[in-house]
Design a protein around this ligand. Structure first.
Ligand code: CP
Length: 329
């Protein structure tokens, strides 16, 4: 049933961004994820990683990512170990090289979440440079690739064929702090590669990294899909098949905290409600990686409504990550 895992030749590969994997390699991952999901539902054991260990280093908090990776390792017959830098020698200055080398001597993969803007991706890349086992991103400041794998599996599960579908990615307003830009960046990079037309909507100060927007354009052109940027919230919803309205901060525009908070508060009308949902196709899906700021980003009516698939989306984290670990470890 899983003989294609070894044949895929992905053992030992890092996964820091979907951009590093070809569409064929990602298709293999989705195929295995779908089988793992079906086997899980049928109660069929899938102990593909017996006696293997995954180290999970979390510089930032998590509900879904930690539990889905750790549960995934349990279901695959291996073990996931949660590590927090403040309880590791990282807190006393141990560098990425030493951490990578030592963990590589014990286990079969290192997964890291490090979202500090301007630091996270550099740290993951440094660990990957020195580790002799695969390094898997659990989100950095630039990418959240596992989230986007789950999002794609969810969309494909709902629609089957994805080419020609319209996805709206819209920045919403959420209080207190500037949320990372990793999710929208990963969405605009990967979805066009699967033929999905993407409309990205944000107020001008909330732009994404220029090189990521440029890469998304190139990906869309190569795949015969479209990628558009707009500063009108409703454009993400109109005639869309899927909408992912999600908060992120003006991190590319300003690193000043006070200025960032002022800008976040400047667009309260960027909120997903039933009027906006009515602009999309009748079957349009509402998705969100969670956690969502209910009332600010989205009304309860929408997130708890019939078009919302947020819990399916969260569940799919488990299945895609099991496929990812089975392939790379
Ligand atoms: N979507 C997501 O990554 O959730 P957590 O921050 O809870 O892991």
């Amino acid at each position: 049933m899983y003989t294609d895992i070894a044949a895929a030749g992905l053992q030992g590969r890092n996964f820091l961004s979907t951009q590093d994997w070809s569409v064929d390699e990602l298709e293999t991952l989705f195929s295995i994820a779908s089988r793992l999901k079906a086997d899980r539902a049928a109660g069929v054991p899938t102990r593909l990683l017996e006696d293997k260990t995954l180290y999970m280093i979390f510089f930032d908090s998590s509900t879904r990512t930690r539990t889905s990776f750790e549960t995934g390792m349990t279901q695959l017959g291996g073990h996931g170990i949660y590590l927090s830098p403040d309880r590791m020698q990282i807190s006393h200055g141990e560098n990425a090289r030493d951490t990578a080398n030592v963990l590589s001597r014990y286990g079969e993969a290192i997964a890291i979440r490090h979202c500090a803007f301007g630091e996270g991706n550099a740290y993951l890349s440094e660990v990957a440079e020195h580790a002799s086992v695969p390094v898997l991103s659990m989100q950095c400041d630039v990418y959240h690739p596992c989230q986007i794998l789950a999002d794609y599996l969810t969309i494909r599960g709902e629609f089957g064929k994805t080419r020609g579908r319209k996805l709206g990615v819209a920045r919403t307003s959420a209080p207190n702090y500037a949320r990372p830009i990793a999710v929208p960046q990963s969405l605009i990079l990967m979805m066009p590669r699967f033929g999905i037309d993407v409309t990205l909507a944000y107020p001008p100060e909330f732009r994404l990294l220029p090189e990521i927007e440029e890469q998304a354009r190139a990906n869309a052109e190569a795949a015969g899909a479209s990628f558009e940027i707009t500063h009108r919230f409703e454009d993400a919803f109109e005639d869309a098949d899927v909408v992912i309205p999600k908060s992120w901060g003006p991190l590319v525009h300003t690193r000043d905290h006070e200025e960032g908070i002022r800008l976040i508060e400047a667009y309260p009308e960027w909120r997903c409600d039933s009027e906006r949902m009515a602009l999309g196709n009748d079957h349009m899906l509402y998705m969100h990686p969670l956690p969502a700021d209910r009332g600010r980003e989205v009304t309860d009516e929408v997130i708890d409504g019939p078009q919302s698939v947020v819990y399916d989306e969260a569940e799919n984290r488990l299945h895609v990550q099991k496929a990812l670990m089975s392939l790379t470890m």
